[in-house]
Design a protein around this ligand. Structure first.
Ligand SMILES: Cc1cc2nc3c(=O)[nH]c(=O)nc-3n(C[C@H](O)[C@H](O)[C@H](O)COP(=O)(O)OP(=O)(O)OC[C@H]3O[C@@H](n4cnc5c(N)ncnc54)[C@H](O)[C@@H]3O)c2cc1C
Length: 337
């Protein structure tokens, strides 16, 4: 095999919680040939495998007695005749955002500084500041890990939803996304709905607006969220729950200050998970070395040598307190292994 199979690997530098779980085997794959060899190895060794990008949305609850396949496919091609960008899945998302702005391609600036790989972006349809990955999506190529063949997925086949897609549900563990195709704007179309971005407009009507948004988003994110390089975390641990209008009205009666947001479905409301977790005092909770970030009750952190189970159990405690108080079941945004 031309790639390097590693054994008994400390996963702490492969995921942003930085806990010291051990993988029995780990392989970094650069292309389909590497991937086929990795899959052959897992079959022969009779071990399970899992696909990992940069590990910024993954919690290892325990050691993994199988093969971790780390995606490293590289390459960005700007096909200006079709007005699309083809990006390999192992590229870093934030570097892609910077690259697009340098090419005068607009739209991704609100998604700046989201950690992780390009290939994981469709998995949970990453989103921030009023923009989602799906807004720029044309198609993607994914390798069917059982049939060993490349398949093209269009927008409807990906079934994008709020922090959700086919690849986070039925397709989980069955496909490795190799490449995505995006269509971006050639002129800025600023999305400034979020209060944090209100003062991003340079006011001169120039193309600098996208750059201003980019800078503002980076500035706000650096202030609000802990840097995983210094404090292990995976961003928001829970998703905002989507509940029926009836349940929303019932909770509102008892808690009139609960924020609610309309969804595409007029029968459903999205409510703020941060508000719910704040209400149950999440910021004061901890479990061994696991804690909740002081400035953001949705961000669980590895404060002091926590292991994956410490973090998981802290999440479970918060979930059950929210359920007891509001009757709402939080679901994890993070993939738990
Ligand atoms: C500080 C911080 C802030 C964050 N802010 C946001 C935010 O604002 N919005 C947001 O949406 N997310 C946010 N996240 C979550 C995370 O950055 C995204 O979910 C990101 O897309 C994960 O990328 P990754 O490569 O690290 O994924 P990983 O954690 O490596 O993988 C996540 C899932 O995707 C699968 N996967 C990864 N690569 C592939 C592939 N090529 N093919 C198939 N499956 C694959 C994995 O198997 C796993 O199930 C934040 C995380 C952190 C640490």
């Amino acid at each position: 095999m031309k790639f390097n199979l590693q054994k008994k690997v400390d996963l702490s530098r492969f995921h942003t919680f930085g806990t010291r779980q051990i993988a029995k085997y780990l392989i970094q794959v650069n292309d389909l040939e590497d991937l086929d060899s990795a899959l052959d190895f897992a079959l022969k060794a009779e071990v399970p495998f899992l696909i990992l990008g940069e590990g910024s949305n993954t919690l290892f609850k325990s050691d993994f007695s199988g093969l971790v396949i780390v995606v490293k496919f590289q390459g960005i091609v700007h096909d200006s005749s079709r007005g699309v960008l083809q990006v390999s899945s192992g590229e870093n998302w934030h570097r892609l955002v910077k690259y697009t702005l340098s090419q005068s391609l607009y739209g991704l600036e609100n998604l700046a500084l989201i950690p992780g790989s390009v290939g994981a972006a469709p998995v949970q349809n990453i989103g921030a500041y009023g923009v989602e990955f799906k807004d720029f999506f044309c198609s993607l190529s994914a390798y069917d890990l059982e049939k060993r063949q490349l398949i093209e997925f269009d927008q409807s086949e990906c079934q994008f939803g709020y922090r959700d897609s086919f690849f986070k549900r039925e397709g989980l563990g069955k496909f490795l996304i190799t490449k995505i195709c995006l269509k971006l704007y050639e002129e800025p179309r600023p999305v400034l709905d979020y209060p944090d971005l209100n003062d991003a407009d340079p006011g001169d009507g120039s193309n600098n607006i996208s750059l201003e948004i980019y800078k503002k988003v980076c500035e706000v994110r650096r202030k609000k969220l802990p840097d995983p390089g210094t404090l292990g975390n995976a961003g928001s641990y829970f998703k905002n729950p989507i509940i029926s209008l009836t349940d929303f009205s019932a909770i509102k009666k008892k808690h009139p200050e609960l924020p609610g947001f309309k969804t595409e479905n007029p029968e459903k409301m999205k409510i703020s998970a941060a508000w719910l977790t704040d209400f149950v005092g999440a910021k004061r909770k901890r479990n061994a070395g696991a804690a909740v970030y002081k400035d953001h009750s949705l961000v669980l952190v590895n404060e002091d040598n926590a292991n994956g189970l410490d973090i998981y159990l802290l999440g479970q405690e918060i979930k059950s307190e929210v359920y007891n108080e509001f009757g709402v079941r939080l679901s994890e945004e993070v993939q738990i292994i």
